[in-house]
Design a protein around this ligand. Structure first.
Ligand code: KE4
Length: 433
């Protein structure tokens, strides 16, 4: 029995599914989850001493690679002064100033402890500011696990094959409307049906929780136009894309300005951090200066702020990091596309910058329904093959691959070489049948 197996056998008795977040249980791909001991750069190492090239990066936070010295030093230095005070600190002011500098649409920002909390609070602020109740989200987008967002959600909800979650009263989701990603007519239909009652449209500006689904040309601009015309707030959930697709995230890349943005992951550099921010008049509705209540014991935690500040300052001051991330993404995902073509494999590669995924379906994937055509069992075979070859991918089809600045061109070559052997062994045989 491996140490991971021994730990998992203990964990399943005391933790639901043996994990503290469902996707980690390997339920969608089979086999035993690996318990990770340590990580450095682009590699993680499990408790049995097995090292892997890591394409999860803690689901996005590790854009500079694991254990970056500047982040590590900042955490140690901050911890020397105490871990948490439940009172205001200088680093929270510095974090707010830095986020507002890097993301022009943000005039005011509130720190919270997770992406879920950021989205839950942003939706409440939108409802409080507009006095309206309805929210439009998109099938396949995942905005954390707050009740109102668990409607046709992506990520683990989609992986589990259920439309939502048990335990969510219908009253909590009656005001959540679902539209089709990349389909503006589905949004128009809901706007007409609920004229004057919609507080916000929330969207992942790049879908990354149904696998990776970039926005079609004009989709985000179309949402912006409709929101402006109808007095609806546009919320960009940039928990994944924020500070990843560029220093100003997806809104900078696509030049579309949301009213509220939610963040997570990269702004904490691996520590539990989320944030929501936007136009001053909206954020001034949030307590204590406004009537929208939101609070948090560890919000703006000094050690977490130190980690996030260290990482964001490097991203802000080193634009060539994004050039490298995009170049690595190009090398990896174009390489995967070449393999699909070479083997005439029934797969599709979607990607943007340092985000991408291999869908086990031959048809193009532009929304939740397309993504659902994927052969998730085949993805499981691929995942296990790559894991055995020392490459740690997302343990579910409806997730993303995350590149970091610590990955090298040799890492990508190694990954493509392993994928080539997988294709030769599986699709190559398909060709013979
Ligand atoms: P957290 O509450 O997990 O910090 O963030 C929720 C969230 C909100 N918005 C978007 C766009 C997200 O991708 C997420 C969380 N992402 C998943 C990965 N698909 C987290 C991994 C997990 O659930 O273990």
């Amino acid at each position: 029995m491996t140490k991971s197996q021994e730990l998992f056998s203990r964990a399943v008795r005391l933790i639901p599914g043996g994990v503290n977040s469902p996707v980690r249980a390997f339920g969608a791909v089979g086999g035993q989850p690996r318990f990770i001991q340590k990580a450095e750069g682009a590699r993680i190492c499990d408790v049995d001493g097995q090292s892997y090239l890591d394409y999860i990066g803690s689901w996005g936070p590790m854009i500079l690679g694991h254990n970056h010295p500047a982040v590590y030093e900042a955490v140690v230095k901050a911890a020397e002064n105490g871990l948490s005070f439940g009172a205001a600190t200088e680093r929270e002011v510095e974090m707010a100033e830095l986020i507002c500098q890097m993301v022009p649409s943000i005039e005011m920002v509130r720190m919270v402890n997770s992406g879920t909390e950021a989205v839950m609070s942003a939706v409440r602020a939108a409802r409080g500011f507009t006095g309206r109740d309805k929210i439009i989200k998109f099938e396949g987008c995942y905005h954390g696990h707050s009740d109102a967002m668990l409607v046709k959600a992506g990520s683990g909800v989609m992986t589990g094959g259920q439309p939502g979650s048990a335990g969510v009263p219908s009253a909590c989701v009656q005001d959540t409307l679902s539209a089709v990603y990349n389909d503006l007519s589905s949004v128009d239909h809901l706007i007409q049906q609920h004229q004057g009652k919609i507080a916000a449209i929330i969207v992942e500006p790049v879908g990354a929780n149904m696998g990776v689904v970039p926005p079609k040309e004009g989709f985000l601009q179309g949402l912006r136009q409709r929101c402006t015309k109808e007095g609806i707030l546009l919320i960009f959930d940039e928990v994944i894309t924020g500070f990843r697709l560029g220093p100003a995230g997806a809104q900078g890349l696509f030049d579309v300005t949301p009213d509220i943005t939610t963040f997570g992951k990269i702004i904490g550099a691996g520590m539990p951090v989320g944030a929501y921010g936007g136009r001053r008049e909206i954020m001034e509705c949030v307590s204590p200066c406004g009537k929208v209540y939101q609070a948090g014991t560890l919000s703006g935690n000094p050690v977490a702020m130190a980690a996030g500040l260290a990482q964001l300052r490097i991203l802000q001051s080193t634009p060539q990091i994004y050039e490298k991330l995009n170049s690595l993404g190009e090398q990896l995902f174009e390489g995967m596309r070449r393999l699909v073509k070479q083997y005439q494999a029934p797969y599709t590669v979607n990607s943007i910058g340092s985000l991408g995924c291999l869908f086990f379906t031959p048809s193009s994937v532009q929304n939740y329904e397309d993504a659902q055509r994927s052969d998730t069992a085949a993805y499981g075979v691929y995942f296990r093959f790559m894991l055995e070859n020392g490459i740690y991918l997302a343990p579910a089809q409806f997730e993303a691959m995350f590149l970091s600045h610590a990955h090298t061109r040799e890492d990508i070559d190694f990954t493509l070489e392993s994928a080539n052997r997988f294709f030769a062994r599986t699709v190559g045989n398909l060709g013979e049948k």
